[in-house]
Design a binder for this molecule. Sequence first.
Ligand code: SAM
Length: 233
Amino acid sequence: MVLQVLRRGGVGVDKRTGEFGYGVGEGVLGVVGELVGVGEASSGVDVQFGVGVNSVRRWAQTLPRGAAVIDLGCGSGFPLTEVLVAEELNVFGVDGAPSFVEAFRRNLPNTPVVCEAVQDSRFFDRTFDGVLAWGLLFLLSREDQRRLIQRFADILVPGGRLLFTSPAQPVVWSDVMTELESRSLGAEEYRRLLSEAGFSIADECEDEGQNHYFDAIKTNRSGSPLVNKEASV
Ligand SMILES: C[S@@+](CC[C@H](N)C(=O)[O-])C[C@H]1O[C@@H](n2cnc3c(N)ncnc32)[C@H](O)[C@@H]1O
């Protein structure tokens, strides 16, 4: 097992060893595990992972000023929630770790945050124009990921946007710090779940930090964006 240094919040594969890792929280820590059921994944992927600031900023800029956005697994709020706040969105945070929530309250005292597991969260009992789940989904069980994607659809307004990250390959790895299993269902499965939940994918991409992200729009059940449907009537 190799301990490698990754920037916070990123995930990916060491092209030399084929090992998989992600960074959590402030600063850096090493997390490694083994790829499961992945053929080509170990080639052509660098070992450094970015924090997603540019991708999240671009996404935030697609939303109107004042739009309500919930940041799930927001951590300390730095730097990603701060990007949302800087873009003048109406931001809400959820994180399951009390220490991160405490840090979040210090970093962003005017931004509401709750310390709840996303599996049980009431998500402030409201709907949102955007849901951000950067570096979160793959920490959950397969079943919780499936349920949460449906919950994303429930809390988004029609035309609302979802941005989340998870590796494109179906992989399982273990967190060296917590020894918890992490898993990506893989892009094919995420596409299927998104479609079932009534999303269309606006963009799916590997960003400069090697974060594989899904940028999806809540549509009607037949998979076409509500905005297009309305326009065509
Ligand atoms: C990899 S960090 C990502 C933090 C932040 N989104 C970022 O990208 O900078 C994962 C975050 O999700 C939180 N988290 C993990 N499992 C969670 C769960 N089941 N419910 C709520 N938060 C969770 C962790 O406490 C941590 O803050």
